[in-house]
Design a protein around this ligand. Structure first.
Ligand code: SOE
Length: 380
């Protein structure tokens, strides 16, 4: 029988559902030493917390996160709140000796992130940040191919994350569903929300970024604020594009916007190496495109690998259905929980840890600084 690991989740939005689903399903598909137990969910509104607890099977609710952290029956705290609360909660959870699973981005900025890293490392508590796209099997396989040296020297990294849900001028900012538009709750706009995903994947696949040069734009300058009822200045970046130089000498372009009409969540990346190239598209997430220059010239072409095979060849897939049957977005969260629990059992922590995620935060800070100053900026 696996050992119980009691989860206390703070926040209950879209990510609360994704994480809860992962905790509930992971032991059905992975043979693990630990089993998450949904002990408590915390939200300020007791009725909403109760409804969420009933839907997802949490045993109890709290309306004050400090009480949740003080509970002796909670082993791990999952932070699913808006970004401006991550630091305070993480510091308190670490001081109470709780493990922490924190939603991305780690913090509002790298100063906060550094404090969080120091707190978890001082307390010696296991920690992870929910950059879930690393654990889409095709993305994990891209990492394997690169680590096997199949691409050779890498020349280019190209990533975009495009959405279109904030184009309307009538959309307010702030409050429960729209805190991502409020700079005081989110810290930044697309840089921290979307490019942070692209940067996390890029650092994992291609190593550290050295310098960046960015531009940002806020297309709609004022929006009504849901909490004050007043029209207020918009402080987030609606769009951001940046150039980067990786420490391995490769060049990169990154672009993100919430104003790309027609795109809902188009996250793509392409990596060009001396020997091969790979490309991935979230809208076709189980496929990895691969071009190998070593192929016989007559047959040389981009292949579209359906990453669903078993037998240990395609990452994670032997835990699911039969070869050829694909999985989806929510499974990346299941994989993250599985790897986190495996890390607890083996003592080899799964990433991205808070320290790993701090590097992403430092790139985001350098990007925003560069956009403000109109200059190239060094990361860190
Ligand atoms: C924003 O719309 C959002 O939900 C992000 O917050 C998530 O991190 C991303 O995976 C999908 O888009």
């Amino acid at each position: 029988m696996p050992k119980p690991l009691n989860i206390g989740m703070i926040g209950y939005g879209f990510m609360g559902r994704a994480h809860s689903n992962a905790y509930r399903r992971v032991n059905n598909f992975f043979n693990l030493e630990y089993q998450p137990v949904l002990k408590a969910v915390c939200a300020r509104d007791a009725e909403k917390a109760k409804a969420f607890a009933e839907t997802w099977g949490y045993e109890s609710i709290e309306t004050d996160w400090k009480k949740l952290i003080a509970r002796k029956d909670i082993d791990a705290v999952d932070i699913c709140t808006p970004n401006n609360l991550h630091k305070e909660i993480a510091l308190a959870a670490a001081a109470a000796g709780k493990m922490i699973l924190c939603e991305k981005p780690l913090a509002m900025n790298s100063e906060e992130g550094a404090e969080m890293v120091a707190a978890v490392e001082k307390a010696g508590v296991p920690n992870i940040v929910w950059y879930n796209y690393r654990r889409v099997p095709a993305v994990t396989m891209a990492k394997q191919l690169i680590d096997e040296g199949r691409l050779g020297r890498i020349f280019h990294y190209r990533a975009v994350f495009l959405q279109d849900w904030t184009i309307s001028t009538d959309l307010p900012q702030g409050g429960e569903a729209l805190w991502r538009l409020d700079v005081n709750a989110a810290g930044s706009g697309v840089t921290g929300d979307l490019l942070a995903h692209c940067i996390d994947t890029a650092l994992w696949l291609n190593g550290s970024i050295d310098t960046v040069s960015a531009m940002t734009e806020t297309f709609i300058k004022e929006r009504k604020h849901n909490l004050t009822g007043k029209v207020e200045k918009v402080g987030i970046d609606d769009a951001c594009a940046f150039l980067a130089r990786f420490k391995n000498g490769s060049l990169a372009t990154f672009e993100s916007t919430r104003y790309a009409r027609g795109h809902k969540a188009l996250y793509t990346f392409e990596i060009n190496g001396e020997k091969a190239s790979i490309a991935w598209d979230l809208h076709d997430l189980h496929r990895l495109s691969y071009f190998d220059h070593n192929d016989e010239s007559k047959l040389r072409a981009w292949r579209s690998i359906h990453v669903t095979d078993h037998g240990g060849e395609h990452p994670y897939m032997d835990h699911w259905w039969v070869p050829g049957l694909q999985i989806g977005y929510e499974h990346s969260f299941v994989h993250q929980v599985a790897d986190f629990l495996e890390g607890l059992a083996t003592g080899k922590p799964a990433g991205p840890t808070f320290r790993d995620a701090l590097e992403t935060q430092q790139v985001c800070d350098a990007v925003l600084k560069s956009a403000r100053a109109g200059s190239w900026e060094k990361v860190g």
